[in-house]
Design a protein around this ligand. Structure first.
Ligand code: CAA
Length: 297
Protein backbone atom coordinates (compact mmCIF):
# COMPACT_ATOMS: atom_id res chain seq x y z
CA UNK A 1 0.00 0.00 0.00
CA UNK A 2 1.44 3.36 -1.02
CA UNK A 3 1.76 5.70 1.99
CA UNK A 4 5.06 7.57 1.64
CA UNK A 5 5.32 9.79 -1.42
CA UNK A 6 8.33 11.83 -2.52
CA UNK A 7 7.65 14.67 -4.95
CA UNK A 8 10.69 15.98 -6.84
CA UNK A 9 10.36 19.60 -7.98
CA UNK A 10 8.58 22.29 -5.95
CA UNK A 11 7.28 24.49 -8.77
CA UNK A 12 3.60 25.00 -9.62
CA UNK A 13 2.92 21.33 -10.45
CA UNK A 14 5.11 19.90 -7.69
CA UNK A 15 3.50 21.99 -4.97
CA UNK A 16 0.02 21.12 -6.27
CA UNK A 17 0.86 17.39 -6.31
CA UNK A 18 2.34 17.54 -2.78
CA UNK A 19 -0.78 19.43 -1.64
CA UNK A 20 -3.18 16.79 -2.98
CA UNK A 21 -1.25 13.83 -1.51
CA UNK A 22 -0.96 15.55 1.88
CA UNK A 23 -4.65 16.50 1.85
CA UNK A 24 -5.51 12.81 1.36
CA UNK A 25 -3.46 11.53 4.30
CA UNK A 26 -0.15 10.58 2.64
CA UNK A 27 3.27 11.40 4.13
CA UNK A 28 5.02 13.67 1.65
CA UNK A 29 8.67 14.55 1.11
CA UNK A 30 8.90 17.59 -1.15
CA UNK A 31 12.32 17.80 -2.81
CA UNK A 32 13.96 20.65 -4.71
CA UNK A 33 17.55 21.83 -5.20
CA UNK A 34 16.49 25.28 -3.96
CA UNK A 35 15.50 25.81 -0.31
CA UNK A 36 13.93 29.15 -1.34
CA UNK A 37 11.70 27.31 -3.84
CA UNK A 38 10.71 24.80 -1.13
CA UNK A 39 9.81 27.63 1.27
CA UNK A 40 7.75 29.31 -1.45
CA UNK A 41 5.98 26.01 -2.22
CA UNK A 42 5.05 25.44 1.43
CA UNK A 43 3.67 29.00 1.61
CA UNK A 44 1.60 28.40 -1.56
CA UNK A 45 0.25 25.08 -0.24
CA UNK A 46 -0.67 26.83 3.03
CA UNK A 47 -2.52 29.56 1.12
CA UNK A 48 -4.39 27.09 -1.11
CA UNK A 49 -5.38 24.89 1.85
CA UNK A 50 -6.65 27.99 3.68
CA UNK A 51 -8.73 28.88 0.60
CA UNK A 52 -10.25 25.37 0.65
CA UNK A 53 -11.11 25.76 4.36
CA UNK A 54 -12.70 29.14 3.63
CA UNK A 55 -14.81 27.57 0.86
CA UNK A 56 -15.83 24.75 3.21
CA UNK A 57 -14.36 22.03 0.99
CA UNK A 58 -11.95 20.77 3.72
CA UNK A 59 -11.92 21.03 7.53
CA UNK A 60 -9.34 22.83 9.65
CA UNK A 61 -8.17 19.42 10.93
CA UNK A 62 -7.44 18.23 7.38
CA UNK A 63 -5.64 21.52 6.72
CA UNK A 64 -3.45 21.14 9.84
CA UNK A 65 -2.73 17.43 9.22
CA UNK A 66 -1.88 18.10 5.58
CA UNK A 67 0.62 20.81 6.45
CA UNK A 68 2.16 18.68 9.21
CA UNK A 69 2.62 15.71 6.85
CA UNK A 70 4.87 17.55 4.36
CA UNK A 71 8.64 17.61 4.97
CA UNK A 72 11.13 19.25 2.64
CA UNK A 73 14.54 18.13 1.47
CA UNK A 74 17.19 19.50 -0.91
CA UNK A 75 18.71 16.05 -1.53
CA UNK A 76 17.09 13.50 -3.86
CA UNK A 77 18.98 10.60 -2.25
CA UNK A 78 17.73 11.50 1.26
CA UNK A 79 14.25 12.52 0.12
CA UNK A 80 13.40 9.28 -1.72
CA UNK A 81 15.06 6.85 0.73
CA UNK A 82 11.77 5.83 2.38
CA UNK A 83 9.45 6.30 -0.59
CA UNK A 84 6.77 3.88 -1.81
CA UNK A 85 6.22 6.23 -4.74
CA UNK A 86 8.33 9.00 -6.27
CA UNK A 87 6.56 11.59 -8.43
CA UNK A 88 8.94 13.70 -10.50
CA UNK A 89 7.62 17.16 -11.40
CA UNK A 90 10.78 18.99 -12.46
CA UNK A 91 11.20 21.34 -15.44
CA UNK A 92 10.32 19.83 -18.84
CA UNK A 93 13.91 19.12 -19.85
CA UNK A 94 14.79 15.61 -21.02
CA UNK A 95 18.41 15.58 -19.82
CA UNK A 96 17.37 16.87 -16.38
CA UNK A 97 14.60 14.28 -16.02
CA UNK A 98 16.91 11.42 -17.05
CA UNK A 99 19.43 12.52 -14.42
CA UNK A 100 16.75 12.81 -11.72
CA UNK A 101 15.44 9.33 -12.54
CA UNK A 102 18.96 7.86 -12.38
CA UNK A 103 19.44 9.37 -8.92
CA UNK A 104 15.97 8.38 -7.69
CA UNK A 105 16.45 4.83 -9.02
CA UNK A 106 19.74 4.50 -7.15
CA UNK A 107 18.35 5.75 -3.82
CA UNK A 108 14.69 4.67 -3.64
CA UNK A 109 13.68 1.29 -2.15
CA UNK A 110 13.65 -1.52 -4.75
CA UNK A 111 9.85 -1.83 -4.56
CA UNK A 112 9.17 1.88 -5.12
CA UNK A 113 7.28 3.05 -8.21
CA UNK A 114 8.87 5.97 -10.07
CA UNK A 115 6.34 8.25 -11.78
CA UNK A 116 6.83 11.33 -13.94
CA UNK A 117 4.41 14.23 -14.24
CA UNK A 118 5.89 15.01 -17.66
CA UNK A 119 3.45 16.57 -20.11
CA UNK A 120 5.19 15.21 -23.21
CA UNK A 121 8.58 13.56 -22.66
CA UNK A 122 8.62 9.83 -23.49
CA UNK A 123 8.02 7.62 -20.43
CA UNK A 124 9.79 4.79 -22.26
CA UNK A 125 12.91 6.92 -22.62
CA UNK A 126 12.78 8.00 -18.96
CA UNK A 127 12.25 4.37 -17.86
CA UNK A 128 15.27 3.25 -19.88
CA UNK A 129 17.49 5.47 -17.69
CA UNK A 130 16.59 3.26 -14.69
CA UNK A 131 17.14 -0.36 -13.70
CA UNK A 132 13.40 -0.79 -13.02
CA UNK A 133 11.62 0.21 -16.28
CA UNK A 134 8.61 -1.97 -15.35
CA UNK A 135 8.07 0.29 -12.30
CA UNK A 136 8.22 3.57 -14.24
CA UNK A 137 4.97 5.25 -15.31
CA UNK A 138 3.53 8.64 -16.29
CA UNK A 139 1.27 10.34 -13.74
CA UNK A 140 0.24 13.53 -15.48
CA UNK A 141 -1.72 15.92 -13.26
CA UNK A 142 -3.41 19.04 -14.64
CA UNK A 143 -2.96 22.60 -13.37
CA UNK A 144 -4.34 23.69 -10.88
CA UNK A 145 -3.75 20.25 -9.39
CA UNK A 146 -6.06 20.61 -6.33
CA UNK A 147 -8.94 21.57 -8.65
CA UNK A 148 -8.59 19.49 -11.84
CA UNK A 149 -10.19 16.03 -11.78
CA UNK A 150 -7.99 14.24 -14.31
CA UNK A 151 -4.85 12.17 -13.88
CA UNK A 152 -3.57 11.01 -17.28
CA UNK A 153 -1.69 7.76 -16.59
CA UNK A 154 0.88 6.87 -19.23
CA UNK A 155 2.10 3.31 -19.73
CA UNK A 156 5.67 3.17 -21.00
CA UNK A 157 6.79 0.31 -23.25
CA UNK A 158 7.85 -1.77 -20.22
CA UNK A 159 5.38 -0.60 -17.51
CA UNK A 160 3.89 -3.64 -15.74
CA UNK A 161 0.12 -4.11 -15.44
CA UNK A 162 0.45 -4.26 -11.62
CA UNK A 163 2.06 -0.83 -11.55
CA UNK A 164 -0.66 0.63 -13.79
CA UNK A 165 -3.38 -0.88 -11.57
CA UNK A 166 -1.75 0.47 -8.45
CA UNK A 167 -1.40 4.02 -9.85
CA UNK A 168 -5.01 3.93 -11.07
CA UNK A 169 -6.23 2.92 -7.59
CA UNK A 170 -4.00 5.58 -6.03
CA UNK A 171 -5.47 8.30 -8.27
CA UNK A 172 -8.94 7.33 -7.06
CA UNK A 173 -7.71 7.61 -3.43
CA UNK A 174 -6.71 11.19 -4.33
CA UNK A 175 -10.29 11.91 -5.42
CA UNK A 176 -9.23 12.06 -9.09
CA UNK A 177 -10.39 10.27 -12.22
CA UNK A 178 -7.58 8.34 -13.90
CA UNK A 179 -7.39 7.71 -17.66
CA UNK A 180 -4.80 5.20 -18.90
CA UNK A 181 -3.11 5.95 -22.24
CA UNK A 182 -0.06 4.69 -24.12
CA UNK A 183 3.28 6.39 -24.60
CA UNK A 184 3.22 8.26 -27.91
CA UNK A 185 4.12 11.94 -28.43
CA UNK A 186 1.90 14.27 -26.41
CA UNK A 187 0.00 11.25 -24.98
CA UNK A 188 -3.71 12.25 -25.28
CA UNK A 189 -4.10 15.50 -23.34
CA UNK A 190 -1.48 17.49 -25.20
CA UNK A 191 -1.86 15.73 -28.55
CA UNK A 192 -5.33 17.25 -28.68
CA UNK A 193 -4.93 20.42 -26.59
CA UNK A 194 -1.77 21.83 -28.19
CA UNK A 195 -2.93 21.70 -31.83
CA UNK A 196 -6.08 23.55 -30.69
CA UNK A 197 -4.00 26.24 -28.97
CA UNK A 198 -1.67 26.43 -32.00
CA UNK A 199 -4.67 26.86 -34.32
CA UNK A 200 -5.98 29.67 -32.11
CA UNK A 201 -2.59 31.41 -32.36
CA UNK A 202 -2.59 30.90 -36.16
CA UNK A 203 -6.08 32.45 -36.31
CA UNK A 204 -4.73 35.53 -34.49
CA UNK A 205 -1.53 35.60 -36.61
CA UNK A 206 -3.54 35.46 -39.84
CA UNK A 207 -5.88 38.21 -38.66
CA UNK A 208 -9.01 36.06 -38.69
CA UNK A 209 -10.04 37.51 -35.31
CA UNK A 210 -8.68 39.30 -32.23
CA UNK A 211 -7.62 37.78 -28.90
CA UNK A 212 -10.94 38.43 -27.14
CA UNK A 213 -13.01 37.20 -30.09
CA UNK A 214 -11.05 33.93 -30.36
CA UNK A 215 -11.29 33.26 -26.62
CA UNK A 216 -14.95 34.29 -26.39
CA UNK A 217 -15.94 31.96 -29.25
CA UNK A 218 -14.35 29.00 -27.48
CA UNK A 219 -15.56 29.97 -23.99
CA UNK A 220 -19.17 30.68 -24.86
CA UNK A 221 -19.47 28.48 -27.94
CA UNK A 222 -17.78 25.37 -26.57
CA UNK A 223 -18.15 25.92 -22.81
CA UNK A 224 -14.39 25.93 -22.19
CA UNK A 225 -13.59 27.55 -18.81
CA UNK A 226 -10.80 29.58 -20.47
CA UNK A 227 -10.31 30.49 -24.12
CA UNK A 228 -7.29 28.85 -25.82
CA UNK A 229 -5.15 32.02 -25.75
CA UNK A 230 -5.84 32.62 -22.06
CA UNK A 231 -5.11 28.94 -21.41
CA UNK A 232 -1.82 29.22 -23.34
CA UNK A 233 -0.84 32.16 -21.09
CA UNK A 234 -1.83 30.07 -18.03
CA UNK A 235 0.22 27.03 -19.13
CA UNK A 236 3.19 29.17 -20.29
CA UNK A 237 3.97 29.88 -23.95
CA UNK A 238 7.42 28.27 -23.61
CA UNK A 239 5.77 25.06 -22.37
CA UNK A 240 3.26 25.15 -25.26
CA UNK A 241 6.10 25.63 -27.76
CA UNK A 242 8.19 22.82 -26.32
CA UNK A 243 5.22 20.39 -26.40
CA UNK A 244 4.42 21.35 -30.01
CA UNK A 245 8.06 20.65 -30.91
CA UNK A 246 7.78 17.20 -29.29
CA UNK A 247 4.68 16.52 -31.45
CA UNK A 248 6.33 17.93 -34.58
CA UNK A 249 9.57 15.98 -34.11
CA UNK A 250 7.85 12.84 -32.83
CA UNK A 251 5.40 12.45 -35.70
CA UNK A 252 7.36 14.29 -38.42
CA UNK A 253 4.03 15.74 -39.55
CA UNK A 254 3.91 19.44 -40.61
CA UNK A 255 0.44 19.83 -39.10
CA UNK A 256 2.13 20.19 -35.69
CA UNK A 257 4.52 23.00 -36.77
CA UNK A 258 4.35 25.76 -34.14
CA UNK A 259 2.90 29.07 -35.33
CA UNK A 260 5.70 31.62 -36.01
CA UNK A 261 3.90 34.09 -33.70
CA UNK A 262 4.26 31.64 -30.79
CA UNK A 263 7.94 31.17 -31.61
CA UNK A 264 8.45 34.96 -31.67
CA UNK A 265 6.62 35.55 -28.41
CA UNK A 266 8.75 32.94 -26.64
CA UNK A 267 11.91 34.50 -28.12
CA UNK A 268 10.73 37.89 -26.81
CA UNK A 269 10.24 36.46 -23.31
CA UNK A 270 6.45 37.04 -23.39
CA UNK A 271 5.58 33.72 -21.78
CA UNK A 272 2.15 34.49 -20.31
CA UNK A 273 1.14 34.80 -16.65
CA UNK A 274 4.60 33.91 -15.29
CA UNK A 275 6.28 36.87 -17.03
CA UNK A 276 3.30 39.22 -16.67
CA UNK A 277 2.48 39.31 -20.39
CA UNK A 278 1.46 36.96 -23.19
CA UNK A 279 -1.70 37.43 -25.20
CA UNK A 280 -2.96 39.35 -22.16
CA UNK A 281 -1.15 41.56 -19.63
CA UNK A 282 -1.44 40.56 -15.98
CA UNK A 283 -1.62 43.05 -13.15
CA UNK A 284 -1.07 41.59 -9.70
CA UNK A 285 -4.32 41.13 -7.83
CA UNK A 286 -6.55 41.77 -10.85
CA UNK A 287 -8.79 39.11 -12.38
CA UNK A 288 -9.74 41.36 -15.34
CA UNK A 289 -8.22 40.26 -18.62
CA UNK A 290 -6.47 43.07 -20.50
CA UNK A 291 -5.38 42.26 -24.06
CA UNK A 292 -1.65 42.91 -24.57
CA UNK A 293 -1.10 46.30 -26.34
CA UNK A 294 0.56 44.43 -29.23
CA UNK A 295 -2.75 42.77 -30.14
CA UNK A 296 -5.05 45.76 -29.61
CA UNK A 297 -6.76 46.92 -32.78
N1 CAA B 1 -5.74 25.36 -5.13
C1 CAA B 1 -6.95 25.11 -4.59
N2 CAA B 1 -8.11 25.59 -5.10
C2 CAA B 1 -8.02 26.38 -6.20
C3 CAA B 1 -6.80 26.69 -6.82
C4 CAA B 1 -5.62 26.13 -6.24
N3 CAA B 1 -4.42 26.34 -6.77
N4 CAA B 1 -7.04 27.49 -7.90
C5 CAA B 1 -8.38 27.67 -7.96
N5 CAA B 1 -8.97 27.00 -6.93
C6 CAA B 1 -10.39 26.84 -6.69
C7 CAA B 1 -11.08 28.10 -6.20
O1 CAA B 1 -11.00 28.22 -4.82
C8 CAA B 1 -12.50 27.88 -6.67
O2 CAA B 1 -13.17 27.00 -5.78
P1 CAA B 1 -14.79 26.90 -5.69
O3 CAA B 1 -15.27 26.36 -7.01
O4 CAA B 1 -15.02 25.95 -4.54
O5 CAA B 1 -15.25 28.29 -5.45
C9 CAA B 1 -12.34 27.15 -7.99
O6 CAA B 1 -11.03 26.55 -7.94
C10 CAA B 1 -12.41 28.09 -9.16
O7 CAA B 1 -11.44 29.12 -8.99
P2 CAA B 1 -11.71 30.67 -9.19
O8 CAA B 1 -13.11 31.03 -8.78
O9 CAA B 1 -10.58 31.43 -8.58
O10 CAA B 1 -11.51 30.91 -10.72
P3 CAA B 1 -12.26 30.34 -11.98
O11 CAA B 1 -13.67 29.98 -11.72
O12 CAA B 1 -11.92 31.32 -13.03
O13 CAA B 1 -11.50 28.96 -12.24
C11 CAA B 1 -9.77 27.61 -13.09
C12 CAA B 1 -10.11 28.90 -12.38
C13 CAA B 1 -10.11 26.41 -12.20
C14 CAA B 1 -8.26 27.66 -13.32
C15 CAA B 1 -10.59 27.53 -14.43
O14 CAA B 1 -10.44 28.71 -15.17
C16 CAA B 1 -10.19 26.38 -15.30
O15 CAA B 1 -10.63 25.25 -15.10
N6 CAA B 1 -9.36 26.66 -16.34
C17 CAA B 1 -8.84 25.66 -17.25
C18 CAA B 1 -7.68 24.96 -16.59
C19 CAA B 1 -7.07 23.93 -17.49
O16 CAA B 1 -7.45 23.69 -18.62
N7 CAA B 1 -6.04 23.27 -16.94
C20 CAA B 1 -5.29 22.30 -17.70
C21 CAA B 1 -4.12 23.00 -18.28
S1 CAA B 1 -3.13 21.88 -19.20
C22 CAA B 1 -2.18 21.14 -18.06
O17 CAA B 1 -2.18 21.43 -16.89
C23 CAA B 1 -1.33 20.03 -18.50
C24 CAA B 1 -0.32 20.26 -19.54
O18 CAA B 1 0.36 19.28 -19.82
C25 CAA B 1 -0.05 21.50 -20.24
Amino acid sequence: MIQNVSVIGAGTMGNGIAHVFAQHGFKVQLIDVSQAQLDKAIATIGKNLARQVQKGSITETIQANALASISTNTSIAEGVAGADLVVEAATENTALKLEIFKQADAAAPAAAILASNTSSISITKIAAATKRPEKVIGMHFMNPVPVMQLVEIINGYATSADVTDSIQALSVRLGKTPCVVNDYPGFIANRILMPMINEAIYSLYEGVAGVLEIDTVMKLGMAHPMGPLQLADFIGLDVCLSILLVLHNGFGNPKYAPCPLLVNMVAAGKLGIKTGEGFYVYTAGSKDLVVSPRFRK
